[in-house]
Ligand binder design. Sequence first.
Ligand code: SAM
Length: 274
Amino acid sequence: MQIWPIGIGVLIAVIVGFLIWLQSMRRNIVDEEKEYYSVNRRVWRLLAPFYDLIATPISKVRGQVVNFVGAEAGAKVLDVATGTGEQAIAFARHGYDVTGIDLSADMLRVARRKNRYPNLKFVIADATGLLFDSGKFDVTSISFALHDMPVSIREKVLKEMARVTRPGGTIVIVDYALPRNRIGRFFIHSIIRLYEGKTYRDFVKSDLKGLLADVGIQVKEELPVVLGAGRVLKGGTGGAPANLKRSSSQMVDSHRAPSWAAPHEIKAGIVQRL
Ligand SMILES: C[S@@+](CC[C@H](N)C(=O)[O-])C[C@H]1O[C@@H](n2cnc3c(N)ncnc32)[C@H](O)[C@@H]1O
């Protein structure tokens, strides 16, 4: 009896099974991202008027970040997922040329209302597909936003930050961390867990530095903040930014009618080259 037809049959079944599995994984990621954009819009629409009040415990961190970065006078700074713009305003106060971008028109409305600086502008945009030229900024920062993002979005955002930061420039990540000592860890972690979702719990336990290394960002310095419940990571791409060219899929993503923005918002800030 010839067994090779059985072998070929098994091989075809394995390949088909693998393709079906790959497709379902892709669908899961796409569904997770869709859900993320929809939840993001609704949550920040609701919280935008109160966000600065809610974020009072981290208000001191803004100045600490500016000092820790120590950028040169006149530096071009991009604050990604800027929200109500508190970090961007702290950079602008020091005279830097600052752009804050965010998905949420509601959060940006609050940011624009507070803006008293000619050297600061806010633009609605998706950080997973920025329309800035590669290497445009001396400093890019992101605060308290990565922990909310699904891993696939987090990775795209970090890749984009690496791309738009000039070789030798600075990339700053500010977000939650687990306090080093056990008592702090127990109390602070338990409190934050009450109001942050599951992504926070996964985020603080995840290997953020590993993810940063994967996208070509080397962390050079670290500063614990808010009693160790947060940390500021400062690094760069070591002079050779990863993915300097924007990938065609990102171009397509940012031009596809995004579910999170109204057409006039897209026209105003996203499909326009900056
Ligand atoms: C917790 S708030 C942080 C705001 C601010 N960075 C701060 O430190 O207070 C998270 C912000 O990230 C924004 N965001 C989430 N995903 C984004 C994306 N893909 N592109 C741009 N902004 C995004 C949300 O709209 C929201 O304003």
